[in-house]
Design a protein around this ligand. Structure first.
Ligand code: SF4
Length: 232
């Protein structure tokens, strides 16, 4: 049985939040969360305009969790904000740790390959399009493996207020069952992309390293919790 990580998590939390780095941490997380709300509102308004023109209707509903079986990666900056959210809600942190232990048996191998592939791609200065082309087959393999996100509990997201942008950026306008990977007919999905002005604000706040470098969501959060954000 794996050793309990809670003592280590407490130690890391005290280190992260203590001293001058702690002051930066609090201010950064507050500002990032404000930008997150703004970016979501702006992209959602853009989607509403688009749907008004096409006459389509969003069919996503509470309790539908197909999106939560997709592969999700997040920038390091977003990982810091999720960890901060969990520090303030220990019951959610514990639920994540419990689910993570299950997730890693199925999800860790594919996501490790994805993280390594992405790291190599960044080092060789590949374009975003090239990186997507390289990682897409692995993301598809992940989806086919039917692995629920460790933040999914009782058909709801444990970190809904700070969920990653890709999680809040996909809307189906076809019957919900078509989002199942087993469906014969594919879903019609609108992807929301944050507008350039919002992306620039994120970059200004966090800097390129924290915003551009991404890792698998569960792996990054577990690592930040047990080793600290400065471990990467
Ligand atoms: S973070 Fe939340 S919304 Fe995103 S995949 Fe996980 S459970 Fe679903």
């Amino acid at each position: 049985m794996a050793k309990s990580p809670y003592r280590q998590i407490e130690k890391i939390e005290a280190q992260e939040k203590g001293g001058p780095y702690g002051a930066w941490w609090r201010e950064f997380c507050g500002n990032y969360r404000e930008l997150l709300v703004q970016a979501r509102n702006h992209s959602y308004t853009a989607l509403e305009k688009k749907l008004a023109a096409t006459g389509e209707r969003i069919t996503c509903r509470k309790g539908c969790t197909y999106c939560c079986f997709h592969y999700i990666s997040v920038p390091l900056a977003h990982g810091i904000v999720i960890v901060d959210y969990l520090y303030g809600r220990k019951h959610l942190l514990r639920a994540f740790i419990r689910n993570y232990e299950r997730w890693r048996h199925k999800g860790k191998a594919i996501s490790k390959t994805l993280d390594e592939t992405r790291a190599r791609a960044f080092l060789s200065a590949m374009s975003i399009h090239e990186i997507i082309a390289v990682t897409r087959p692995l993301s598809m393999r992940y989806l086919e493996s039917n692995i629920p996100c460790p933040f999914l509990e009782e058909e709801a997201c444990l970190i809904y207020a700070v969920r990653p942008l890709p999680c809040s950026g996909q809307f189906s306008v076809s019957p919900p069952e078509r989002c199942s990977p087993a469906a014969a007919e594919g879903a019609v999905i609108h992807q929301l992309v944050a507008d350039d002005e919002d992306l620039l604000k994120f970059l200004e706040l966090a800097g390129p390293r924290l915003m551009v470098y991404e890792m698998t969501l569960p792996t990054l959060i577990y690592r930040f919790l047990t080793e600290g954000a400065s471990s990467i």
